[in-house]
Design a protein around this ligand. Sequence first.
Ligand code: SF4
Length: 457
Amino acid sequence: MSDNSKLFATESERVSFDLNHRKTIRYNMSKYDAAVDKGKLRYTNLELAKQRASYRKEQIMQNWDKYLIEFEQNMIQRGVKVFWAQNEKEVIEQLISILQQKEAKVLVKSKSMTTEEIELNHHLEKIGIESVETDLGEFIVQVAGEKPYHIVTPAMHKSKEEIAELFNKHFDTPISSTPTEMTNFVRGVLREKFISADIGVTGANFLIADSGAIALTENEGNGLMSVSFPKTHIVIAGIEKIIPSIDDLDLFWPLLATHGTGQKMTVYNTLFHSCKKENEIDGPEEMYVFLLDNGRTHLFEQDDQHEALKCIRCGACLNACPVYKNIGGYTYNATYSGPIGSIITPHFNGMEQFKHLSFASSLCGKCTEVCPVKIDIHKLLLYNRRDSVDAGLSPKKEKLAMQGFQFAMTHRKLQNLGSSKLKNVAAQKLASAAWGEKRQFPELKDTFNKRWRKKKI
Ligand code: SF4
């Protein structure tokens, strides 16, 4: 058992029995479910839109290199500097050198899971640069010293009372503050930061090849503010975000909004083509784009699992997952949690340390049902399980148990030996060692032979 796997087992049990956590998550998820159910009704044929999106994404995967190079060329033509980074180390080294050249002190950051993936805030802290999260949910978790709990709603695990308490402790705001008062307070804090920041960092929801543009989707407008005031705009995006044309947005934008939050369209949808031109007043003077691999091409090489790269990070599979709802986002101990995180994390961060995530699923298929790009999520989890077994990563005890099971199942006479009582004791012991004390193995009443004979009579 890897260290991560042990931690996962203990944390799963702890969080599942945390009633406060359960209450908050159930409340927030119920709001999400109601909004998304309503949002989906706006589609006259949602299934067709999902099929198109899935097909388009598969086409993109087959021409991935072509579209990425087209995107790069179009960006360079407009004076944007594009860097390809194979991993966290490469992007951080290059980024730090840019920040040091500019003598940056304060950086504002819009919500971006890719920057979480490379632990940007941690690296910046080490060199004395203040990095401020500007998305309200991200701001809350940053103040709490935590990471995002969910890829779309980073502070989903916190109730408004807990946030009021947190702000009271850190900023001395009234403990009785309402959500509106707290939002206004954060707005005031962030305005100061937007004005004083040297650098604005964003991710990208889509990289558009034909027009050489970054598409950014957000509800608060803080992403736009993050690039309007600072002199330098830095984009850090995963290479799977590429789409061929601006025309594809009419399919992907509404699907992302509807499945992410239930909206028809997200409030702010912005396209960034370059830094400001000579005759323009606003905007950054320089723009850099980092195209991050970090395990994506490795995932692409997997014949059976590469379709996980179609993901548009809407978060719908997390919200649908009965496991996620009980164990919560932090238990995964990975940037991407929930069903999609369980597929991609072993390929991004190592099968040995993270294979257990692919086993943490009831395989109910709800994730596959809700996915807007029709990724066969529960099947991909099975492929990960298969690969981990093929790679010899199963624990010794499990291997022995499976060998014993195989032997018993292929030797009829052996199954008929011994009393049912003895078999029940052995089965319960084996089951509790594998499943824990909370799940009971069904009682064996008779041998298969006896039951079969009775049935035939
Ligand atoms: S796998 Fe599908 S449902 Fe899950 S986040 Fe990605 S696009 Fe959304």
